[in-house]
Design a protein around this ligand. Structure first.
Ligand code: AMP
Ligand code: ZN
Length: 145
């Protein structure tokens, strides 16, 4: 497993050594807001253990990531009511991967909205943190909301 430790931004975030607008973290997985969102609510779900891509991640971690995806998707739907949610996961630069620590994107979508990965702005960190806190609270309240 290459690029672990200090040089991997998602390892740093997982350890709390780099800033992120966290929505969820336990000893296996975490979810945080994408810093260059394609849309409001664009989130990443990530295993804590470093694995570069689908060829390295353990089945156990992948299943944990998938379970958290389900919970996060429900919270996005409940809180932001998007027309749709895109789930996207890239393996290798040729597939568009830019951060080489396995991650799944959850991207709220609106009817008629374009999909332009290349044209994104850095989000306001304060705004991201407020949204993350709201989503975290909703996740903790559970599926009854
Ligand atoms: P990919 O292109 O699939 O590898 O996605 C990597 C994602 O990580 C991109 O959508 C980036 O905007 C996002 N990203 C990069 N650095 C950070 C960071 N420090 N905090 C949050 N998201 C990040
Ligand atoms: Zn890593």
């Amino acid at each position: 497993m290459s690029n672990t430790g200090d040089s991997c931004i998602f390892c740093l975030i997982a350890r709390g050594d780099a800033p992120a607008a966290l929505v969820y973290r336990d000893d296996r997985v975490l979810a945080f807001m994408d810093l260059f969102p394609l849309s409001r609510g664009h989130l990443l779900v990530v295993p804590r253990a470093h694995a570069e891509n689908i060829f390295e991640i353990s089945e156990a971690d992948m299943l944990e990531v998938a379970a958290l995806q389900l919970r996060i998707a429900a919270v996005l739907k409940a809180e932001l009511d998007p027309d749709g949610i895109a789930v996207y996961q890239a393996n290798g630069a040729a597939a568009g991967q830019t951060v080489f620590h396995y991650h799944v994107h959850l991207i709220p979508r609106a009817d008629g909205e374009g999909f332009d990965f290349a044209n994104r702005k850095t989000a306001d960190r304060g705004e991201l943190s407020r949204l993350a806190a709201r989503l975290m609270e909703s996740l903790q309240r559970g599926p009854q909301n």
